[in-house]
Design a protein around this ligand. Structure first.
Ligand code: SAH
Length: 365
């Protein structure tokens, strides 16, 4: 696909931009980085078969170089669905009165880890809403308890925006990694997805703090969130390039019936897969999950994600009685299964997709 406007095309050329989808793909493969406008061109060609094939092949090749056929597994423990925030897209936002709220006790969380450990997990991800009940003291105590009982395991936190001091305390207590999707790197778009009290600059600052404190940090965004354009996604890629996170989480946006976005369209699986390949090429060693949201939008979504360059899966270790209550979006999969079933099912899926589920900690290489 070439630029339809010759004058505009010449201006781009003078600036050194490549304005052809295949050209952009090849440049990305060669340099692992593009300018924002070139990402736009690339993303506009996301359904071009040739461009897609070139990128997917390269993503798979790179992933094989650094990770072989390995797929890392992280045990996800959704330990609270209380949240003080009101992110407009999220089912467990504070304003949703229809959610039955729950919190797990330290003992319940440790039980999830014990069950996970028995099943071979060596990474636990504690994810939750921003729940003020879990003060820094309680979190530090919890982190210490988990690390004391499972010293050979990595501990990942995903509990939203905290002060640098809190992040420092958690890190000192033993937390190894932190997931905090930036959600969108465009400030205006960020403003349309979040209440005025939240800001993109705060979110970005958290990510920089986390990296500086020595966490393996994960950023990411929803694909097809309301109002998102290809320019926004190009900005997301530029931001990832700048941040150089060790992990990137992306998945399609899926509407939740109790949010203002209830009637919005869900994000596309195809675009998510395309972006997984692009991100694998940009950051060849990145840890990239095939997310539950991808599996929710397409029964083969996670397998397709692995074949597009992803190398991580995150089966659920949360108690079955609470799973339905951690409903970020509608129709979330794996809410009725025991941890062992979830792990068994994913191991089978990974194997049938031609990969091998491994149990080591799987730190960033
Ligand atoms: N409170 C934590 C964890 C958030 S939940 C934090 O702020 O980081 C984890 C991720 O789920 C979010 O970062 C968001 O990208 C995703 N998510 C939330 N609602 C969603 C929806 N409706 N569709 C798809 N993904 C969603």
């Amino acid at each position: 696909m070439t630029n339809a406007d010759p004058v505009q095309g010449d201006i781009w050329k003078e600036k050194g931009y490549i304005m052809d989808g295949m050209g952009a793909a090849q440049k990305l493969i060669q340099n692992h980085v593009l300018k924002k406008e070139e990402y736009v061109t690339l993303l506009e060609c996301a359904s071009d078969r040739d461009v897609k094939k070139v990128l997917t092949d390269e993503a798979v090749r790179l992933r094989k170089i650094y990770y072989g056929d390995k797929v890392y597994t992280r045990g996800l423990i959704e330990f609270t669905n209380y949240c003080k925030n009101n992110c407009y897209y999220c089912g467990i936002r504070a304003g949703n009165r229809n959610v039955v709220r729950y919190r797990l006790t330290e003992e319940e969380i440790l039980d999830c880890c014990r069950e996970g450990y028995r099943l071979g997990f060596h990474t636990f991800v504690l994810q939750g809403g921003e729940d003020p009940y879990y003060t820094d003291e309680i979190m530090v105590e919890l982190i210490r308890a988990i690390k004391a009982e499972f010293p050979d395991c990595a501990l990942t936190l995903s509990i939203g925006e905290k002060s640098r001091e809190s992040y420092r305390l958690f890190r000192e207590a033993g937390a190894d990694r932190y997931l905090l999707r930036h959600e969108t790197a465009n400030a205006e778009h960020y403003g349309s997805l979040h209440p005025a009290a939240m800001s993109l600059s705060d979110r970005k600052q958290c990510l920089y703090d986390l990296k500086e404190l020595g966490y393996q940090a994960g950023a990411g965004f929803m694909v097809g969130s309301p109002g998102q354009t290809v320019e926004h996604m190009a900005e997301d890629l530029v931001f990832l390039q700048e941040l150089q996170p060790q992990m990137v989480g992306i998945g399609p946006f899926i509407p939740h019936h109790d949010t203002i976005f209830a009637e919005e369209k869900a994000g596309s699986v195809e675009m998510t897969l395309f972006l997984l390949s692009v991100i694998r090429i940009m950051l060849p060693k990145v840890l990239l999950p095939a997310t539950t949201a991808l599996g929710t939008m397409d029964p083969q979504g996670r397998e397709k994600g692995l074949k597009a360059g992803a190398n991580v899966v995150m089966p659920n270790l949360s108690p079955v009685k609470n799973r339905k209550q951690y409903e970020l979006y509608d129709n979330k999969i794996c809410t009725g299964e025991e941890a062992a079933q979830c792990r068994g099912c994913l191991a089978g899926r990974v194997q049938r997709a031609g990969y091998c589920l491994v149990t080591d900690r799987g730190d960033a290489v």
